[in-house]
Design a protein. Structure first.
Length: 224
């Protein structure tokens, strides 16, 4: 009997985690249950002051500019210093990513795609199939999606305009946690992202300005 496949299977199962249990709504609750929606309702350019914290390193502050169209799921983004120097610039359209500028350390392999994926997780509603809608044991309303790449995304709300997005791997490991707070004029003023990778990092995003875009606009990142 070969032990290697069994050991691999054991390690895989042991590494998996149980997802939070979602309680089905009662018949009287179904009419009032709606999936939390912290995402963009219309095309916009958003400017954030971003504080980035990496595990084992000092925090750094940059300006982030994102132009996003939730209807077409097209977006462009830039990272700038407070003085206006562009450190990184990229856009994704029709599933194709194009990086036009990437200075160190933003030229690291896979940085651009990971950043685009984080932006889409923050601003675009989940793709894939809605698996469950109901309530957590805490009473928070929650909707769970399974994406095309088998990731699991929970969007939950505590009833006080505080919303969280949690993205799990197909094995149930929490990979991203995003907290939204201080809703004003349909835009959350504060967004906090925690990424759990080999090198964990956090982003604290404070909204500076929002500029509406025409629905047919080919989104571009604006620079001030």
């Amino acid at each position: 009997m070969k032990l290697a496949p069994l050991i691999i299977l054991f390690l895989f199962v042991a590494g998996c985690q149980t997802l939070p249990v979602i309680k089905e709504p009662l018949p009287s609750e179904k009419t009032s249950l709606a999936c939390p929606f912290p995402f963009l309702h219309k095309p916009a350019t958003l400017i954030h002051a971003i504080e980035a914290r990496m595990a084992g390193s000092a925090k750094s502050a940059v300006i982030g500019i994102t132009s996003a169209n939730p209807a077409t799921r097209e977006l462009s983004c830039a990272i700038m210093t407070a003085e206006g120097m562009v450190l990184f610039e990229a856009k994704e359209s029709a599933g194709t990513l194009h990086v036009s500028r990437a200075l160190p350390p933003f030229d690291a392999p896979a940085f651009a795609q990971n950043m685009i994926n984080d932006i889409k997780l923050i601003f675009f509603s989940p793709e894939g199939n809605l698996q469950k809608a109901g309530f957590l044991p805490t009473g928070d309303a929650v909707c769970r999606w399974r994406s095309q790449n088998a990731a699991i995304i929970d969007v939950r709300e505590d009833g006080n305009d505080k919303v969280e997005i949690l993205r799990y791997s197909s094995c149930g490991k929490l990979k991203r946690q995003i907290k939204f707070s201080n809703l004003a004029n349909n835009y959350y003023q504060n967004i906090e992202l925690h990424a759990r990778e080999l090198a964990n990092y956090s982003l604290l995003m404070n909204l500076i300005e929002v500029q509406s875009l025409p629905a047919t606009n080919k989104n571009r990142t604006g620079k001030k």
